[in-house]
Design a protein around this ligand. Structure first.
Ligand code: HEC
Length: 148
């Protein structure tokens, strides 16, 4: 009698624990998605404001400014394909930032966004955090628009 009472209670609490874990996982997953959405939305907005004029609304390199540039802006939907199927996350980050690209490797036709964003954010040492966040959001956004 007692045994069955305990085992019954045990099953009930295990059931409850399992349900709690399941709920926690669901909440965790949906929060994760919400955060992912927020980062991508930010990145998309930054892209529209700062990049689409040259690289085009869809990232294909055909923005309205493209005609007057001597070098064609890259098609940004092909970065993964051009890198053997793997999105070159940190290379893209460095290209966008642009501040550590060595001079003497030819003219850069793209603005140095790291410097531009830092100026906009106030130019101080601590403002660098927001610069990093903005560049990361852009890289995640570009990662999300890769065609294959
Ligand atoms: C004034 C025009 C212009 C704007 C605005 C611009 N780019 Fe570019 N971008 C270029 C050009 C031109 C290239 C080709 C490489 C070069 O000459 O610098 C390029 C290259 C790139 C590359 C390298 C692609 C490759 O195949 O290696 C990335 C990544 C990139 N741009 C991202 C961005 C992002 C993100 C923004 C907005 C924050 C942006 N660009 C804004 C003109 C622009």
């Amino acid at each position: 009698m007692r045994v069955s009472f305990y085992s019954h209670a045990w099953i009930r609490t295990t059931g409850l624990a399992a349900r709690l874990v399941a709920v926690a996982l669901l909440v965790g997953a949906s929060t994760g998605l919400a955060q992912e959405d927020a980062v991508l939305t930010n990145g998309r907005e930054e892209y529209r404001i700062y990049c689409a004029s040259c690289h085009g609304e869809q990232g294909r390199g055909n923005g309205p400014m493209a005609d007057i540039l001597t070098v064609v802006p890259a098609d940004l939907t092909q970065l993964r394909r051009k890198n053997g199927g793997e999105f070159p996350f940190w290379r893209v980050y460095k290209i966008i930032d642009g501040r550590d690209i060595v001079r003497g490797h030819g003219a850069r036709n793209m603005p140095v966004w790291g410097a531009e964003f830092l100026r906009e954010e106030g130019g101080g040492y601590l403002d660098e955090d927001r610069v990093i966040g903005r560049i990361l959001a852009l890289v995640y956004y570009l990662q999300s628009i890769q065609e294959q």
